[in-house]
Design a protein around this ligand. Sequence first.
Ligand code: FAD
Length: 381
Amino acid sequence: MNRTAEIVIIGGGISGLATAYNLAAMGMKDVVVLEKSYLMSGSTGRCGAGVRQQWGTEMNCLLAKASCEIFENLNEILDYEGDIEFKQGGYLLMAVTEKEVEQFKKNVALQNSLGIKSVLLSPEEALEIVPDLNIEGILACAFHHKDGHANPFHTMIAYAEAAKRLGVKIYTYTEVTGIMVEGGRIRGVKTNRGDIFTGRVLIAAGAWSREVGAMAGVDIPVRPERHQILVTEPVNHRLGPMIMSFAGNIYCQQEPGGEFIMGYGPAEHETYSITSSWDFLEVMCRKAVRFLPYLRNIRIVRQWSGLYEISPDAQPILGRVEQVEGLYVATGFSGHGFMFGPITGVLMAQCILGLPTTIPIDKLDLARFERGELIFEPSVV
Ligand code: FAD
């Protein structure tokens, strides 16, 4: 294992690997990624993999639009022999309260002003996109045809292979147990396989970021929250877009092979446990059948859970950590870090290299919590 590095990236999820790839592609040598388990063992390998540009803040719209454009070309960018299976069937967001309808109107206006061509639809118009949708109780919908979902495993493998080809060293089953700081500067990391000396560390440790930050004496206010998900047997009906309801608390998409994948909030207790529950199955099935009655009696083949890395305003924490020179953070995505992964990689690489970022990320810095400048994003699930 390397004993020195230009940068050590803690976490082998999409944030860490996309940043590693972009750093190497921008010319940085000796990039090391440390992952305490196997690649994708964190949230990335357990997510719903939805990618949407329909957000309620300018920042998230810009991040999502840029990320989506990268997803569209990712097979070519990373020279991947497989296929990340980015399917742009659209996202149909369903409003079930008047408050949501008003919010959707504002969101669509904002999105359109930023070049995202989403539209507001009546429930009847939504039937032209999802003919078997039960529109009872749906007051309006928002739709954007370029949203969709990708295969998280292929996406991660594509990043990891491309990064390795550019010389990035990825060490799995290598847990960071300490971060060496001297005189307010990063000096290295301690791991279960020995020390690595470096002047830069990126914490991309997902739901574990708070405990990793504490190793450098920094409080990263991210907490783990279990979220569950299930997959059905293949179904002949074609759903087309991802469907989602914020107030109804459900998202549901269909895989290229016909399987439905679905999940929902609300917040469960703060926990690192990733067990599954019967309760989830019961509630999830009722929610799904409410909107898509033809799913009644379909068999479930698998369920699992993973951790959202929740920040105090449910928005990403990106950038330099002021207290410790050489320390950077990319975490706190709170349930939407997969879709932001490709642009996170670009922006964090630019930030670490001291380049101007193509999208300003200063408002997403860690210090915003101390300043009391939390961000309000109305469109989180
Ligand atoms: P992770 O993928 O969690 O990677 C962090 C890695 O750090 C882990 O592999 C962990 O083992 C490693 N690590 C931690 N501590 C250490 C240490 N001390 N030393 C070494 N390594 C360490 N997002 C979307 O955009 N769309 C969705 O549809 C979506 N659906 C989701 C559904 C579910 C059920 C869940 C759980 C999440 C969902 N998300 C979704 C959120 C998304 O999965 C995450 O935001 C994203 O994957 C975060 O990626 P990451 O690389 O930052 O973290």
